[in-house]
Design a protein around this ligand. Structure first.
Ligand code: GRF
Length: 211
């Protein structure tokens, strides 16, 4: 069986993409990044892909008459590269029906808060402003909602009195880089089972068995 082929969608700096590429390169995950796609021509994520010799594709949303047409182009690209799992890594758009239909339960996202708390933009800052004592990050399947899909894995970090939104974000980011590859590892092993909102894995294969 060939390795799982990942299509990564990113709009910005791409540090999670980097963590995924590194995990693939060192064999920590049975997967390879087949293509990186961005809606932002200047995204550093595209540069990271090029440096790693991975196809980097900019798809300009402005060049399409509708979101549907734009997503059809993304789906065509993903399919051309034989994508088995789509990883959103700082992709700043809501995924629409066209992509969801084409890759149902095959799109995952990382969010910088403990969902269902603080969905949407700037989850770290929302949590910090709210005064929570713990926050973290979540990898989840993508559905029609804003950060609402079934949760695969989460990591928790403490919030300290002298934290700023930035220091908290940095602490969370470190965990993002750990759990995103871990979620891909579980998916790649075919170990994840979705039952309603619940995601479970075969005994002995989950993140708790790898601490
Ligand atoms: C991360 O904080 C991720 O949780 C959120 O967007 C940010 C992307 O950062 N979805 P990077 O581009 O991976 O560095």
């Amino acid at each position: 069986m060939g390795k799982l082929r990942l299509g990564v969608l990113a709009s910005g700096r791409g540090s999670n993409l980097q963590a995924i590429m590194d995990a693939a390169a060192t064999g920590k995950i049975e997967a390879e990044v087949a293509v990186v796609i961005s809606d932002n021509e200047g995204a550093f994520a595209l540069e990271r892909a090029r440096r790693a010799g991975i196809p980097a594709e900019f798809v300009d949303p402005e060049a399409f008459s509708s979101k549907e047409e734009y997503e059809k182009a993304i789906v065509a690209l993903l399919q051309r590269y034989g994508t088995g799992l789509v990883c959103l890594a700082g992709y700043m758009r809501m995924v629409g029906k066209v992509m969801l239909d084409a890759f149902w339960n095959k799109i995952i996202n990382i969010h910088p808060a403990l969902l269902p708390s603080f969905p949407g933009l700037h989850g770290q800052e929302q949590a910090w402003k709210h005064g929570v004592k713990y926050s973290g990050c979540t990898v989840h399947f993508v559905d029609e909602g804003m950060d609402t899909g079934p949760i695969i894995i989460q990591a928790v970090v403490p919030v300290y009195d002298d934290d700023t939104a930035d220091t908290l974000s940095a602490r969370i980011l470190e965990q993002e880089h750990r759990i995103y590859p871990e979620a891909i590892r579980l998916f790649a092993g075919g170990k994840l089972k979705i039952t309603g909102r619940k995601v479970s894995w075969e005994k002995g294969t989950g993140p708790l068995s790898h601490s």
